[in-house]
Design a binder for this molecule. Structure first.
Ligand code: AMP
Length: 281
C-alpha cells in the first residue's frame, strides 16, 4: 500500500492506473477506522481494480465549537487496517495541501443541507461537498463509497453528482453496528462507561418507531413522541438534537408515512453527538 500526501502525486498515480485501463474506487474517510470503514473498503475492493482511501479530517466541515482538534486519530493503526482490507493507496494530505491560501470556491446543495444535521451544524455540508468534490477531481474515481449512517451526507453527495454531471457512481452501504445495536462511530470513544451503556437505546428507540410503523401507525408525530418518550425513560443521559421522519431521497419532513420513509436522529450523549437512522419498510 502506498501513502500519498500531495494531491498532484496521487492524481498522477490515478492517471497511470487509468491509462492501464484500471478502474478506481474511492473511500473518503476521516480515519480512526472501525468495521463500518472496513465494510466500505472491502466493498470497494470487490468492485474496482484499485482502491484509494482518503484520510483527511477536513477542517471546513467542522464548526468553531466542534471537535476538530480532539477528533480521534491513529494513523499507524489506520494504515494497518487499510492494508489488511486490500487498499492500494491512502491519501492523507494536510489542510494546507487541500486548501491553498485564498481558497474561495465552495459547493453547496442547500435544499438538502438546511435541515437535520445541517440545521445544527451550519456550513457542515458545504465543507463536506467541497472536499468530496475535490477528492473526486483529484482521483477521478469511477465509484465512491459512503455509509448510510450519514444518511443525509450520502443523499447530498448523490444529488451533487447528479446535478453537476460528475462521471462517478456513488454507492452507499448499510450501517455497521455493535452487537447491542449501537452504530459504529469514531466518536464512540468519547463515551463514558455510563453513556456507552445507554447509547444502544438510541437505535432501540428507532426500532420501536419502525415496529409501530409496521403495525400501522402512519402519523409521524405519534412515532416521534413514542421514540422520545422511550428515550426519556431509557436514555436519560441523552439530549436529542433532532428526531425526524423524512423522505429518504428528498429528505423532506413527512407528516404521514405512506411510502418510503426514514427516521433519522442526532443525540448528544456527553461529549459525543451521535447520529443514527432506520428505514421504514
Ligand atoms: P468518517 O470517517 O466518520 O467520516 O466516515 C467515513 C465513511 O464511513 C462515511 O461514508 C461514513 O458514512 C461511513 N461510516 C461511518 N460509520 C459507519 C458505520 N457504522 N457503518 C457504515 N458506514 C459508516
Amino acid at each position: 500500500m502506498q501513502i500519498y500526501t500531495i494531491p498532484a502525486e496521487i492524481s498522477d498515480q490515478c492517471r497511470k492506473w487509468q491509462a492501464e485501463g484500471k478502474t478506481i474506487a474511492l473511500v473518503p474517510t476521516m480515519g480512526y477506522y472501525h468495521k463500518g470503514h472496513e465494510s466500505l473498503m472491502r466493498q470497494a475492493r470487490n468492485c474496482a481494480d484499485k482502491v484509494v482511501v482518503s484520510l483527511f479530517v477536513n477542517p471546513t466541515q467542522f464548526g468553531p465549537a466542534e471537535d476538530l482538534d480532539s477528533y480521534p486519530r491513529d494513523f499507524e493503526r489506520d494504515c494497518m487496517i487499510a492494508e489488511k482490507n486490500g487498499v492500494d493507496a491512502i491519501f492523507c494530505p494536510d489542510s494546507a495541501a487541500m486548501y491553498e491560501e485564498n481558497h474561495a470556491a465552495w459547493v453547496e446543495v442547500p435544499t438538502l443541507a438546511s435541515g437535520l444535521c445541517g440545521a445544527s451544524r451550519p456550513g457542515h455540508f458545504r465543507g463536506v461537498c467541497t472536499v468530496v468534490l475535490k477528492l473526486f477531481m483529484i482521483t477521478r474515481a469511477d465509484t465512491a463509497f459512503f455509509g448510510q449512517k450519514d444518511w443525509q451526507q450520502q443523499a447530498i453527495i448523490k444529488r451533487m453528482v447528479r446535478d453537476l454531471n460528475i462521471p462517478l457512481q456513488v454507492i452507499s452501504l448499510p450501517i455497521v453496528r455493535e452487537n447491542d445495536g449501537l452504530a459504529l462511530s469514531s466518536r464512540n470513544v468519547y463515551l463514558s462507561e455510563n453513556e456507552r451503556a445507554q447509547a444502544p437505546y438510541i437505535y432501540k428507540g428507532l426500532e420501536l418507531g419502525r415496529t409501530l410503523a409496521a403495525a400501522g401507525e402512519k402519523n409521524a408525530e405519534k412515532l416521534r413522541t413514542a421514540i422520545l418518550t422511550y428515550w426519556a425513560e431509557n436514555l436519560p443521559l441523552g439530549k436529542p438534537d433532532y428526531l425526524s421522519v423524512i423522505h429518504p431521497d428528498s429528505l423532506e419532513i413527512l407528516k404521514e408515512v405512506n411510502g418510503p420513509a426514514l427516521i433519522a436522529c442526532a443525540v448528544h450523549l456527553g461529549k459525543a453527538r451521535l447520529i443514527d437512522n432506520i428505514l421504514l419498510k
